[in-house]
Design a protein around this ligand. Structure first.
Ligand SMILES: Cc1cc2nc3c(=O)[nH]c(=O)nc-3n(C[C@H](O)[C@H](O)[C@H](O)COP(=O)(O)OP(=O)(O)OC[C@H]3O[C@@H](n4cnc5c(N)ncnc54)[C@H](O)[C@@H]3O)c2cc1C
Length: 245
């Protein structure tokens, strides 16, 4: 069992220069609104907590595939994400059957893992044993969205009042799409109303400009590691990648 680093991998994206030139070759002119309407971006979000994945799937105009808890072996899948606001060594008193103990976050994660594995070992189905799994347990989720919906997602989830884990993911996702489709993902509309968003949009613009040359040199099919930290002060470790065509 491990304390997880989340990963944002942009696996597939619309190649706008090619789309626009192919359409133009057929005599079809494309407006900015057309660009927002046509296109798809597919992310593999790895090592995100169930607390965050519950929020992500509330976005209805998207397609999702989430790792099954029924069939994936616990020992392979059971990571967890500890909020940075909870110190590693902070212990809380608990009492069970008259026995008092002091447990930290990792201890509780370990207990729930042992209990879930214990149920499976006693022949309980994985689909029932998983009811012991806490919100911090991590999962992997594949999400596809159109650019218009992604901008809506970023406006809500990059905002300062968004929950920290989904906000870290949203900014990392925004950075990857800004790299591959700057024609569509310019400054977010939310930047007009929020200095926090405006400042961060500028930071993303800078980090993308700095790394665009290295991305261009990345071999086709390779994953390019886009350095988002430490430029953006994310609250938990997130690594961002883009698969080069
Ligand atoms: C800071 C924050 C706090 C939140 N707190 C809570 C909370 O306490 N409790 C809670 O339950 N949720 C909460 N949410 C989730 C929120 O209510 C939305 O479910 C979530 O943000 C998805 O937004 P959406 O519906 O606009 O997006 P999507 O589902 O992606 O939809 C995008 C847009 O499409 C349109 N649309 C989609 N489906 C329909 C439909 N069936 N009919 C009509 N129009 C449709 C709407 O215009 C919608 O805005 C919170 C979200 C944020 C950002």
């Amino acid at each position: 069992m491990n304390h997880t680093t989340s990963k944002v991998i942009l696996f597939s994206f619309t190649d706008y220069p090619r789309l626009v030139s192919n359409l133009e070759a057929q005599g079809v002119k494309t407006s900015q609104d057309d660009l927002l309407r046509h296109g798809s971006f597919t992310f593999d979000l790895q090592g995100v907590s169930r607390a965050a994945s519950h929020q992500i799937v509330r976005h209805r105009i998207a397609s999702f595939s989430q790792q099954s808890q029924r069939y994936v072996k616990i020992t392979r899948s059971y990571g967890y994400l500890k909020p940075s606001g909870i110190p590693e060594d902070l212990k809380v008193p608990v009492e069970i059957h008259g026995q008092k103990m002091e447990l930290n976050f990792a201890d509780v994660m370990d207990l729930t893992r042992q209990a879930e594995e214990g149920l499976v070992a006693k022949g309980i189905k994985a689909e029932d044993s998983r009811y012991l799994r806490p919100n911090a347990a991590t999962t992997n989720i594949v999400m596809s969205m159109s650019p218009r919906q992604l901008i809506h997602f970023f406006n809500l989830r990059c905002a300062p009042d968004a929950q920290w884990e989904i906000r870290d993911l949203a900014w990392s996702m925004y950075a990857t799409v800004s790299l591959v489709a700057p024609q569509v993902f310019g400054p977010l509309p939310a930047a007009d109303e929020s200095d926090y968003v405006k400042k961060r949009v500028e930071i993303v613009g800078d980090l993308v400009r700095k790394q665009a040359g290295s991305f261009e040199k990345t071999a086709s099919g390779e994953l390019f590691h886009l350095e988002v930290s430490p430029y953006l002060d994310l609250l938990h470790p997130v690594e961002s990648f883009v698969r080069k065509y």
